[in-house]
Design a protein around this ligand. Sequence first.
Ligand code: NAD
Length: 485
Amino acid sequence: MGYATQPKASHFVNGAYLEDTAGEVIEVVYPATGEVIAKVHAATPAVVEAAVSSAKAAQAEWAALSGTERGRILRRAADMIRERNHDLSELETYDTGKPMSETLYVDATSGADALEYFGSLAGSITGEHVHLGGDWGYTVREPLGVCAGIGAWNYPTQIACWKGAPALACGNAMIFKPSETTPLCALKVAEILHEAGLPAGLYNVIQGMGSVGASLVTHPEVDKVSLTGSVGTGKKVYAAAAAEMKHVTMELGGKSPLIIFDDADLENAVGGAILANFYSTGQVCSNGTRVFVQKGIKEAFLKRLAERLDTAVIGDPMDEATNFGPMVSKSQREIVLSYIEKGKAEGARLAYGGGAIDGNGFFIQPTVFADVTDDMTIAREEIFGPVMSVLDFEDEDDVIARANDTEMGLSAGVFTADLTRGHRVIGKIDAGSCFINSYNDAPVELPFGGSKQSGVGRENSKAAIEHFTQLKSVYVRMGDVESPF
Ligand code: NAD
């Protein structure tokens, strides 16, 4: 095994690794081979308490630093992540099975982008002066306190940084619980942050299943919860957080539309649809899995898509030539295969792939269904795997209505040569993160997040500052107080 996959201990609490073998064992499986590559223990209540109390103890002093001082540490951590990108990418590949051709360019690097961006922004987090005639007022952006971050398994390093960087920049402390499927990478983020000078207690990582996440959500000392996960989990976490009126950010699932008009550049449209369905083996929340293709371009689109899918290099994720890896787990592969069976049973036409790939790893073929209709299960439910549904359309208004006919609203894309139409269509789609003649770009400078059941709040960009701070308003009277008696 290459980069040390076995962490020094399961948790990182109060600036150091921490173990408690009384916690349930969680096996970490390398998805390309099915081998167990590491074991961690779920956090016991004692570990949860240690994490929360160290975060609580450290936060006030951290908040009292200037933003520039806080930001300097985050930016140093960003540099260290970039210097160690190769090793971190290898670990991400072991954790998730995503090929090195992705992890080297997208995972630790996007985490570093977030640390750099929010580190640079930290010194500019200010309130406002408000003129009120003779009197005046001002606002202060104050940190929320102790924040809990709960992650999904598809982008473990990125999620650990997307939540940690803005939280810390704003003067909060964070306790991060990675997905039990991919527990390794967040520990490295914690290690690097502390090596970069972050005081102990401000970024803790604790392992565990949903129950450990739930114990953070309901903990009286936790002020905010930021979850990346499925809609079902989001509803539970949102409800639990509401009981104590905690702040939340919810980054949840999607069933996003990608609309391809027949004037679109074919190669770009096919490339966009591939990025929207097969990057990270389809395990991306914002994927455009309902691909609406206008009738005039449909056959050419399906033909060219199949030709390009034939060139996918499926195999050993450590080989940098590989560009399509396994599913994250055996169970996720079973879920996806069952959706493929549903697609066939409900009458969709299997146009490409459709099966598991033999071997010990959790590989599955890139799969395309054509002639999909709006009511089919594969067009309604999030599959979270490499399954593209192609639906036909003719009319612009009709396709907009169909694209919006979902309870989710994370993303949407449109490919067209007519830019006026591109903006018009995106303007009418109910989704948070949209693309015109592109798909799945997520630069830290742009807000990321969903509408409808896909989420609450936004990550990244200046918008994230609003979700990790609260405003204090102060009225200042310059003259005497006039009271009625
Ligand atoms: P999941 O909902 O099963 O789990 C997410 C996290 O929540 C895990 O860490 C899990 O342990 C924890 N959890 C589960 N039950 C909990 C509870 N009751 N209280 C607190 N925590 C609990 O999701 P997953 O299978 O890990 O990830 C896939 C899902 O995540 C997909 O739906 C995908 O769309 C979504 N996702 C969304 C985004 C986004 O930014 N919008 C990004 C990536 C993934």
